[in-house]
Design a protein around this ligand. Structure first.
Ligand SMILES: [Zn+2]
Length: 472
């Protein structure tokens, strides 16, 4: 069947066929680096990280470009209209963004262009549009003439005539049509500026992405994406600029994720309904935020609350506990089997692949992992009881599990405390418990056992002495 993706451009699910066989170019609109990102802005980053991992696992060579919008009104405002400070503001929040996305297990993009480093490319694209009569100068500004691009509205499904009728009265009398948008903005006091054929100024937001996508992916490429709030006007304008300048179709597939909805008192209390990822990362592991952000299909709204986060932690720990227990009973069996083409007993790989091939259905892929764990957990118990005949089967399941979890960006072996780190403490507690038992202080011995159980560690008394394992 192969990968199917929902394309905003055609409004339906389509088979994914890349321009060049075996290779995929992706452009994801990155953050405007003027402050801490909203947790909702991290949803597309995690979704596209899974898409990229899935494409790579499916055999494609992937080039993912994700930009930083570091020239923008919001940055200028955050810098108090101090042109030099605008760069320090952008630098600071670029680094914070990188830290947060790394904590969420997001792989860095292959190319991370900054708008400020691509002004010559933006000027060149603007000049092409002016030369072609599709853009015009008005004072120090340059505008794209929306009415000259008959396909305007094809991504968002908006009708040009309706848009024009509904447009607010424009404050800039130089604009020929209220819908025309700025490619170049003439210099104003307190703003960073670059020289241009139309005088000093700075690029508009939309031309930044068109220029950076074109530079690294070519005039026509495979996938362009972002949050659904970017469909109009940002992506509509990108298409108009790029396609009218190059005469080629820009991106073949447009992917957009739905919003994240904050629920519950703690979330709603946050100022302006903005939840700080830093604050969330103080209370939750990065992997738990990642799991929660993947908790719904990307085109469905995602509810986000403290309850959702604690459910995500509990669910994820079931996966991590299985991994830790399997690694322990197999004794260094964490490495996937060194068979070149892994077999797929049980059909787990096929089921997982089919889930992600179906427009990146991560919830269905996760359900496959949980079913695998439910089937494999009894094998751990059998092996612990000394039934060595199940070791091969468990090793197989475990290797499959680690591989598939990795395709979602999860490394469940690393996400529980390392038993090696707490083993000496555990030995000490079990030793104290043995002494209590020897002294017939069974209340103390039971208390130690119960407290360990509360911490997720089950102690069993065996003829050779106590044994422990993590509770699945
Ligand atoms: Zn963009």
């Amino acid at each position: 069947m192969g990968l199917q993706l929902h394309n905003t451009l055609t409004k339906r699910k389509e088979p994914f066929v890349p321009r060049d066989e075996g290779r995929v170019g992706i452009y994801l609109c990155g953050p405007t680096v003027y402050g801490e990102p909203h947790i909702g802005n991290l949803r597309p980053v995690v979704v596209f990280d899974v898409l990229r991992r899935h494409l790579v696992a499916s055999g494609y060579e992937v080039l993912l470009v994700r930009n930083y919008t570091d020239v923008d009104d919001k940055i200028i405002h955050a810098a108090g209209h101090d042109p030099l400070r605008a760069f320090t503001v952008a630098e600071r929040w670029t680094r914070v963004y990188d830290e947060i996305t790394a904590a969420l297990g997001v792989l860095p993009p292959d190319i991370a262009p900054r708008a400020s480093g691509h002004v010559p490319e933006m000027l060149e694209l603007t000049a092409r549009l002016v030369d072609a009569g599709l853009a015009y100068q008005a004072g120090g500004d340059v505008y794209f003439s929306v009415g000259k691009w008959p396909e305007y509205g094809k991504l968002s499904g908006r009708d040009l005539a309706e848009l024009q009728a509904g447009a607010r009265v424009e404050v800039n009398p130089d604009k020929r049509d209220p819908l025309d948008f700025a490619l170049w903005k003439g210099a104003k006091p307190g703003e960073p500026t670059w020289d241009s054929p139309w005088g000093p100024g700075r690029p508009g937001w939309h031309i930044e992405c068109s220029a950076m996508a074109g530079k690294y992916l070519g005039p026509a490429f495979d996938i362009h994406g972002g949050g659904e709030d970017l469909i109009f006007p940002h992506h509509e304008n990108e298409i108009a600029q790029s396609e009218s300048a190059t005469g080629e179709p820009f991106a073949r597939y447009w992917l957009h994720n739905a919003f994240l909805e904050l629920k519950g008192e703690k979330m709603a209390k946050s100022v302006g309904n903005v939840v700080s990822p830093h604050e969330l990362l103080r209370r939750h592991r990065g992997v738990v935020l990642r799991y929660a952000l993947l908790g719904a299909h990307y085109r469905s709204p995602l509810e986000f609350s403290e309850e959702v986060l604690s459910d995500a932690a509990a669910s994820y720990d079931r996966l991590a506990t299985f991994a830790t227990n399997a690694a322990r009973v197999l004794g260094g069996g964490a490495e996937p089997a060194s068979v070149p083409a892994p077999a797929d007993p049980g059909g787990w790989r096929a089921r997982f692949q089919a889930a992600l091939d179906d427009d990146l259905n991560v919830p269905a892929a996760l359900a496959t992992l949980f079913d695998l764990v439910a089937e494999a957990n009894p094998l751990i118990a059998k092996l612990e009881r000394g039934d060595a005949s199940v070791a091969g089967e468990l090793r197989d399941r475990f290797a499959t599990f680690l591989d598939l979890a990795g395709r979602l960006g999860f490394t469940p072996l690393d996400d529980l405390p390392d038993p090696a780190a707490f083993r000496p403490l555990l030995d000490l507690l079990l030793d104290l418990r043995e002494r209590a038992r020897a002294a017939r202080d069974f209340a103390a011995a039971d208390a130690i056992r119960d407290r360990l159980a509360d911490a997720g560690i089950r102690v069993e008394d065996r003829p050779g002495g106590p044994r422990w394992h993590l509770i699945p």
